[in-house]
Design a protein around this ligand. Structure first.
Ligand SMILES: CC(C)(COP(=O)(O)OP(=O)(O)OC[C@H]1O[C@@H](n2cnc3c(N)ncnc32)[C@H](O)[C@@H]1OP(=O)(O)O)[C@@H](O)C(=O)NCCC(=O)NCCS
Length: 136
């Protein structure tokens, strides 16, 4: 059974701003030499954090990852591109939609492979939630 399609899966172009571009390397594979999902999630967390830090002056921490879906496999050599956009602005939190697209240079194609919602909370120097000081 294939992964549940979402409203944006059929889109031909990514939503959001490009926050990370990286190449999937052999060191990012599992024992079957497929790209390890945890590596992809860490790229998405970093990508979401790039936008969270661009938009707020606070120290931020990840509190939740929701609606994570792996739509297609990622292969060694794929150019992994994370796109991020703000989905919800809260008082101390911001929820960021992160999409991952891969570029396959050999056949010049682009595919959406993963998406998820990452929520970041602004924290003070004691690690407690604090209102976000928006700058975007
Ligand atoms: C993030 C943390 C400071 C939040 O503390 P807390 O006491 O649970 O915070 P609150 O209940 O006051 O919620 C703070 C904000 O987070 C949001 N939030 C809390 N849990 C959430 C969840 N599961 N999903 C989405 N948002 C959530 C709240 O809605 C609130 O947002 P708002 O102010 O914009 O309305 C605390 O849970 C923590 O330190 N977690 C560990 C974070 C971490 O180490 N991350 C890295 C993982 S390696």
């Amino acid at each position: 059974m294939s992964a549940n399609p979402t409203s944006t899966q059929e889109a031909n172009e990514p939503t959001g701003e490009l926050v990370i571009k990286n190449i999937a390397m052999p060191k990012n594979t599992n024992r079957y030499r497929d790209i390890f999902g945890g590596w992809l999630v860490s790229q998405m967390d970093l990508g979401g954090a790039v936008l969270a830090h661009k938009c707020s002056r606070n120290r931020m921490t990840t509190v939740a990852i929701d609606r994570m879906v792996f739509l297609q496999p990622v292969y060694v050599g794929d150019v992994v591109c994370c796109y991020a956009s703000i989905s919800k602005r809260g008082n101390t939190s911001v929820t960021i939609e992160v999409e991952v697209w891969v570029e396959r240079l050999l056949d010049n194609t682009k595919h959406k492979v993963t998406e998820g919602l990452f929520t970041f909370v602004a924290i003070d120097d004691k690690g407690k939630p604090t209102p976000i000081i928006w700058q975007c």
